[in-house]
Write a protein that binds this ligand. Structure first.
Ligand code: NAP
Length: 256
């Protein structure tokens, strides 16, 4: 049975950059995103230019039922998954009291429940294809408790904790679990504009998704547990381990 890499949220941004990097490495791909987000065009482009097999599914992954359907559709194709990249995510920025409840409940589903369920559904595929792996896309927001990113940061902190525990459990099966924590990336037009208005210190960490994808796949292939792309983000982590809480709180208060 042919082995594939499944990438959620592959239509644009970081997911698309990861899909292109995997295609360059001649990996067959299963791409998933919301309907009408350009996946057929991206699939054709990758198939034609990299001579790989690409399947795509336009599915809203915010419900359990749709995740189960995705699993079934993949099984119907008689293929198996060697690498799962849980990238689909909903971002948010704003005061908690102003947040729309429906938005943050869906966000918690997409950012937390969906990657957890997909990992569970494909676990036998990973065992069958070992050495295999799961890459969960978190964020630097999982480490720093930023104002206006309370729910988003919380969902990403869950992924960090989940991945670290699961990594220990799956090691004996030769299934590697990694987590990548990018800082800000210039993905959507909205984010590019938003990033321009950041404080000087936050701006230093902004990277292009293509660069982050290259670093991520290299480190994922080496089995690194927590991937922090970029020297500025690494410096932030180093300072975080040194600075007293009082100073960190003052710095992060105006960080976004
Ligand atoms: N951009 C940043 O600054 C940044 C920083 C750190 C971490 N991250 C993380 O990196 C990941 C990708 O971020 P990005 O900036 O590339 O985001 P993006 O450009 O908004 O792309 C998100 C992707 O997820 C898909 N998606 C969203 N909701 C979905 C759903 N319900 N069902 C299926 N697919 C869904 C989107 O599909 P459609 O195109 O169809 O909407 C899109 O392909 C996220 O997990 C994010 O939290 C981003």
């Amino acid at each position: 049975m042919k082995a594939y890499t499944l990438i959620t949220g592959a239509s644009q941004g970081f997911g698309k950059a990861l899909a292109i990097e995997y295609a360059k490495k001649m990996m067959n791909l299963v791409l998933v995103s919301l309907p009408n987000s350009g996946l057929p065009t991206l699939s054709d482009f990758l198939k034609t230019n990299f001579k790989i097999d690409v399947l795509y599914f336009e599915i809203d992954l915010s419900s359990k039922e749709n995740c189960m359907n995705l699993y079934q559709e993949v099984k119907n194709e008689n293929i198996s998954i060697k690498y799962l990249i849980n990238n689909a995510g909903m971002l948010s920025k704003g005061l908690f009291e102003d947040m729309n409840e429906d938005y943050f409940l869906t966000q918690i589903n997409v950012n937390v429940a969906t990657p957890t369920l997909l990992t569970k559904l494909f676990i036998n595929d990973f065992k069958l294809n070992a050495p295999s792996g799961i890459l969960n896309v978190s964020s630097m927001a999982s480490f720093f408790h930023l104002p206006k990113k309370q729910v988003y940061g919380g969902t990403k902190a869950y992924l960090l904790s989940f991945s670290k525990s699961l990594r220990k459990e799956l090691k004996p099966y030769n299934i590697s679990v990694s987590i990548v924590c990018p800082g800000g990336m210039n993905t959507t037009t909205g984010l590019c504009l938003q990033n321009r208005g950041l404080s000087w210190i936050s701006k230093q960490s902004i990277m292009n998704p293509e660069d982050v994808a290259k670093i991520t796949i290299k480190k994922f292939n080496k089995g690194k547990e927590v991937i922090i792309p970029g020297s500025v983000n690494k410096t932030f982590m180093f300072l975080d381990s040194l600075l007293p809480a009082k100073i960190k709180n003052r710095l992060t208060k105006n960080a976004i």
